[in-house]
Design a binder for this molecule. Structure first.
Ligand code: AMP
Ligand code: ZN
Length: 114
């Protein structure tokens, strides 16, 4: 997707602080962190949102979850815990239309988030 913000980050046209990368997945720091650890995990393939995921994406979904685990270990929050948020569609406030998992950690996270 030519003008998709996260596709541009994948193509390195826009800088990002990458914390982990696999063949299928990229993890980088959110530019406006909502917690001491706020990392976005995205597929390198452009997918608009979770709603577009299909059974053929099973390998990609596994890879994204393994990347989340790697980020939690790297950021040393594996034991203290973390939250994964996937905003999907307008009611959720999804701003960037490229599937992304927010990984939030490093403080007590309020529940419910509102
Ligand atoms: P969402 O509201 O779920 O679509 O989340 C989009 C997230 O992308 C927000 O938390 C933004 O702070 C983040 N974001 C926007 N632009 C950038 C960027 N250039 N680099 C890193 N994160 C970004
Ligand atoms: Zn994209």
């Amino acid at each position: 997707m030519a003008d998709c913000l996260f596709c541009r980050i994948i193509r390195k046209e826009i800088p990002a602080t990458v914390v982990h990368e696999t063949e299928l997945t990229l993890a980088f720091r959110d530019i406006h962190p909502r917690a001491p650890v706020h990392v976005l995990v995205i597929p390198k393939e452009h997918i608009d949102s979770l709603i577009q995921l299909k059974p053929a994406h099973a390998g990609l979904i596994a890879d994204m979850h393994q990347t989340i685990q790697a980020v939690a270990r790297q950021e040393k929050v594996e034991a203290t815990g973390f939250r994964v948020v996937v905003n999907t569609g307008s009611d959720s406030g999804q701003e960037v239309k490229h599937l992304h998992y927010h990984v939030l950690a490093g403080r007590k996270l309020v529940w419910p988030p509102g």
